[in-house]
Design a protein around this ligand. Structure first.
Ligand SMILES: NC(=O)c1ccc[n+]([C@@H]2O[C@H](COP(=O)([O-])OP(=O)(O)OC[C@H]3O[C@@H](n4cnc5c(N)ncnc54)[C@H](O)[C@@H]3O)[C@@H](O)[C@H]2O)c1
Length: 347
């Protein structure tokens, strides 16, 4: 271990500071996420399975632990843990479904460096990953889609729209569908006032949304598949299946399938996991996003294309470390004095 030159310190980074660092930096965050995917693809990360804490008395809620380590060279190395709750009933009570913290650890000493508010980091890295996938998978098929459809219209849908718009995507048509008419209208209102391109249509039926979109974003909280008709995808859209459990395995099997990490994605009853159970194997997978990035997998344009990202802890670490480094460099890090107290071996 290298000599420790100064006493370890610990910082708390609230959501307002995270927002300040990331706001409007869509392109930069996409590049950070891409670099993390490349490190992960080259084996320079440790990203064990997520641990799901579930509650018998609150079956729709969960808290997930995502430990991870980001390798590489230089100052970007970091270890840590994301601890993220999903309580869907929060939405009716007027607060967001998801809340999270991220702990960053020093890779040389193991000392925790900081605790960051992480619902923003989580939404940002998810949206940046979706925008990257749209570019990489869509780009490999030629022309960018001009008609986008949002299936499920919560915070994640809003972030994905912001990241697409913020990285140069424009649309002729923006479709919206949600089980809740109120949420669909709220999202349509956000789209109108965002000033982004495209005629906004609220679709009453799931079928109309899918059939009228060439880029479909699933961001619902469905626990089991509710879209079961492969025929709805006969026009071969690119589908960002961010919520992971909307599509029946038969739908996935009608197209080409990409994931962020095979072992992560094929568990916890995700749609790709169901497809594995149905087919008895993983042959239905066409590659990872990194495979396409690295030119090791092709993307067809004569079938629908599905991207199902499980969401890797290394992405949170990469974006969280960027926030930490930015605040450290600008002298704005809120250090907690005396956080580590018992520091001398014999008192
Ligand atoms: N893969 C990843 O990396 C990743 C990361 C973050 C979040 N997510 C997932 O994204 C999803 C959305 O998160 P959010 O914070 O926006 O949630 P949210 O609760 O804010 O919004 C979800 C919306 O989906 C709607 N909905 C639920 N079931 C539906 C259905 N069957 N059909 C149509 N609409 C339906 C709800 O009415 C709500 O408006 C969650 O499932 C979350 O787990 C995935």
């Amino acid at each position: 271990m290298p000599p420790v030159s100064e006493a370890p310190f610990f910082a708390v980074i609230p959501g307002a500071q995270v927002h300040q660092v990331l706001e409007g930096r869509h392109e930069e965050v996409v590049r950070i996420v891409e670099a993390a995917y490349r490190l992960h693809g080259s084996g320079d990360t440790v990203n064990p399975p997520s641990y799901f804490l579930r509650f018998p008395d609150r079956p729709d809620s969960r808290i997930i632990a995502l430990p991870a380590s980001l390798g590489g060279t230089g100052g970007d190395r970091v270890d840590g843990l994301k601890w993220i709750s999903s309580f869907p009933r929060n939405v009716a009570a007027g607060i967001p479904r998801a809340s999270a913290v991220l702990i960053l650890n020093d890779p040389d000493t193991g000392y925790p460096l900081a605790c960051l508010e992480s619902s923003i980091i989580s939404a940002a890295r998810t949206a940046a990953s979706a925008a990257l996938a749209a570019d990489v998978l869509g780009g490999a098929r030629g022309q960018r889609p001009r008609r986008i459809g949002f299936f499920g219209t919560g915070l994640i849908a809003r972030y994905i729209h912001q990241y697409l718009a913020g990285t140069g995507w424009t649309f002729d048509e923006v479709g919206v569908h949600d089980l809740s008419a109120e949420h669909a209208e709220g999202f349509a209102g956000y789209l109108e006032q965002s000033g982004a391109s495209g005629r906004v249509t609220v679709h009453d039926t799931a079928e109309a949304l899918v059939r009228d979109s060439d880029l479909v974003v699933f961001a619902t909280v469905a626990g089991t598949p509710h879209v079961t008709e492969p025929d709805w995808f006969a026009h071969h859209p690119l589908v960002l299946h961010v919520s992971l459990r909307d599509l029946a395995p038969e739908v996935l099997l009608s197209g080409a399938n990409y994931v962020d990490d095979v072992d992560h994605c094929l568990k916890a009853q995700t749609s790709p996991h169901l497809a594995e159970q149905l087919t008895g194997g993983r042959e239905f997978l066409d590659g990872t996003l990194h495979d396409v990035l690295a030119g090791k997998a092709e993307v067809p344009d004569d079938r629908p294309v599905f991207f199902s990202p499980f969401g890797l802890g290394v992405l949170d670490l990469a974006v969280g470390k960027h926030v930490y480094d930015t605040l450290l460099a600008s002298g704005e890090l809120a250090v907690q004095e005396g956080f580590f107290h018992e520091m001398r071996r014999y008192g």
